[in-house]
Write a protein that binds this ligand. Structure first.
Ligand code: KG4
Ligand code: ZN
Length: 362
């Protein structure tokens, strides 16, 4: 195989249209030559969630421009690429298909290998792109659509140790914000309120801590918050600013504690000592959650690693990188692949229940 690989990555599985160019020389650190992301928050705002048809149309309209921008910023042409990698699932199928069709077209036009990438593999392999860590490591994926613990052992080696049985934590933050009249996305708004709140005033449940293993649940927490809010309203006719801060702080403390305790359980379940605990997903931006996870890693005497936020959330550099990892590992390109709305990384693990606001959970 060539000593240098330069891949174009394409991502369109949810509400971000993204393209990126990543280059790796054998023995050198990978370089992210460009990473373009066109978000769609404004298009979906009025609907309170991602509307699949609107997302698919927006991807179809924007993909060409985003790919052109990625190549231009990288300072290369299609002729400089060694392969094209594209998200083939899981996600909203209309968007996935838009990306897959463009990738197929580019690969066919230039006779380039086409690599189908699982979106979750992109997230899970990111710490190797940004920090060069070695396998095996424990990855906690915590976003608006996903929550799972993965033991990452290779380019195609993922063991799911546990995951949420209902909502993802980001979803719970977003719903909490909605219940308290705070703006979306809810995570940053709830975190900002919690700064001046008392995390001990409301003792919210720590769901599933009594159950063995590292599965998680967040929908009960949201219900508990709703009850606490309604009790205040019944008692005083409304909630004060301080009530809201305290509710946010109590909710955030519960999420952070549950994630930390379950991380310790996942480390036990791994059955080996991982090189690091790594996180990905928007919720990893939360300071209290990070501190709790950092402590869990410190107790296990392993480093804690959070890639820069732009590579923690949806992007195409992670897709290009997952493509490079697959080619380097000798996994064959996959010209005949089928786009999949549901595509668990660990096919042997039992299916997770529920469906997130961004489509079926993998
Ligand atoms: O990774 P991401 O961009 O992927 C998805 O779109 O799923 O994550 C977005 C999620 C949202 O639910 C958002 O509320 C949450 O991450 N989030 C946060 C914070 N920043 C973003 N949750 C808690 N605290 C934050 N600071
Ligand atoms: Zn994602």
């Amino acid at each position: 195989m060539d000593r240098t690989l330069t891949l174009l990555g394409i991502e369109s599985s949810c509400d971000d249209t993204a393209a990126a160019v990543v280059r790796e020389r054998v023995g050198g650190r990978p370089e992210i030559l460009s990473s373009e992301v066109a978000g769609q928050t404004a298009l979906h705002e009025a609907f309170g969630g991602v509307v699949p048809e609107i997302a698919a149309r927006a991807h179809a309209e924007r993909l060409d421009g985003v790919v052109e921008a990625a190549l231009q910023r990288a300072g290369i042409g299609l002729g400089d690429l060694d392969a094209v990698a594209v998200t083939a699932g899981p996600g909203l199928i209309g968007g996935v298909l838009s990306g897959v069709m463009l990738a197929r077209g580019l690969a066919a036009a230039r006779a380039l290998p086409l690599v189908a990438v699982n979106h979750l593999a992109g997230h899970a392999l990111t710490p190797r792109l940004t920090d060069g860590i070695d396998f095996p490591y424990l990855m906690l994926l915590v976003s608006g659509g996903h929550c799972q613990f993965l033991l990452v052992t290779g380019a195609d080696g993922f063991r799911r140790l546990g995951g949420t049985i209902d909502d993802a934590p980001g979803e719970a933050f977003d719903k909490t914000a909605k219940l308290l009249g705070l703006p979306q996305p809810g995570g940053p708004a709830v975190e900002a309120e919690a700064v001046r709140g008392d995390p001990l005033r409301f003792r919210f449940p720590r769901p599933l801590l009594d159950r063995e293993g590292c599965d998680l649940s967040f929908s009960g927490l949201k219900t508990a918050l709703l009850r606490a809010r309604d009790a205040l309203v019944a008692e005083k006719g409304g909630i004060t600013l301080q009530d809201r801060r305290d509710l946010c702080a109590g909710f955030q403390a519960a999420v952070a504690e549950v994630l930390a305790v379950k991380t310790a359980r996942a480390l036990d379940l791994a059955g080996l000592r991982p090189t690091a605990l790594a996180v990905a997903g928007g919720v990893a931006a939360n300071g209290v959650v990070r501190t709790a996870l950092k402590s869990a890693a410190a107790r296990a005497c392993i480093p804690f690693l959070a890639p820069p936020l732009q590579f923690c959330t949806d992007n195409a550099a992670m897709i290009a990188w997952a493509g490079i990892e697959r080619l380097r590992a000798g996994l064959p390109p996959s010209p005949e692949f089928v786009a999949r709305p549901r595509w668990p990384l660990d096919e042997a693990a039992p299916a997770l229940l529920g469906s997130g606001r961004k489509g079926a959970k993998a």
